[in-house]
Design a protein around this ligand. Structure first.
Ligand SMILES: C[S@@+](CC[C@H](N)C(=O)[O-])C[C@H]1O[C@@H](n2cnc3c(N)ncnc32)[C@H](O)[C@@H]1O
Length: 182
């Protein structure tokens, strides 16, 4: 009886993890959280100013925004399609004591309006990036920054790339070049 119960719980847990990790791939990208080390490197690389708003497209467990708020004084918005991750991220945000700085929104990142963003943090696939760009540029502030982790944006030249080519930083300068992507 105990063995049957343990098996049921184990299968349930495995199914839950599969749904959380692989399920979102159907909507844009699977769940693969950035490592703590790379997260610090990414935020340092971006050159942020306290009070700027960073929006994480597919915010997972909220780690990017929690570190950004706690260690860099940034405001954060997380867009996440998976309700379980929204719940988990909200729990972690409260636990980290940054609920006054970070909000997690349950939404489809392809339908969100990004005009409030000073910085976009993007860890998605090339397919998702192709779907977002160049359309999303129209919504962004004139000097918004876009920080891409692992996957770069097609047809856009980054201002900065790190040595191992995992971080790509784009700074918009609307009025001088954004129209060429229309
Ligand atoms: C590669 S993970 C990155 C997680 C987090 N940004 C990080 O760096 O740790 C991609 C995240 O995007 C979410 N996602 C995938 N498609 C989405 C969509 N259409 N709208 C919102 N979130 C989505 C997934 O659930 C997953 O949490």
């Amino acid at each position: 009886m105990t063995a049957v119960l343990i098996s049921i719980v184990a299968i349930g847990a495995a199914l839950l993890v599969a749904v959380m990790v692989i399920g979102p791939a159907l909507f844009g990208a699977p769940w693969h959280p950035i490592s703590r080390k790379d997260l610090k490197r990414a935020l340092d690389f971006c050159g942020t100013k306290p009070g700027e708003r960073v929006v994480d497209l597919g915010s997972g467990d909220g780690r990017v925004l929690i570190a950004a708020a706690r260690d860099y004084g940034l405001l954060g918005t997380g867009i996440e399609i998976d309700p379980l991750k929204v719940w988990l991220a909200n729990l972690r945000v409260r636990f980290a004591g940054v609920q006054d700085k970070v909000k997690i929104v349950r939404a489809n990142l392809f339908e969100y309006d990004y005009r409030e963003a000073d910085i976009l943090f993007i860890y998605l696939t090339h397919q998702a990036l192709d779907k977002l760009f160049p359309k999303i540029l129209e919504q962004l502030k004139p000097n918004a920054k876009i920080l891409c982790y692992r996957f770069c944006i097609r047809n856009m030249t980054p201002d900065k790339v790190n040595a191992d080519k995992t971080l790509f930083l784009y700074t918009l300068n609307k009025g001088t070049w954004v129209n060429q992507f229309r």
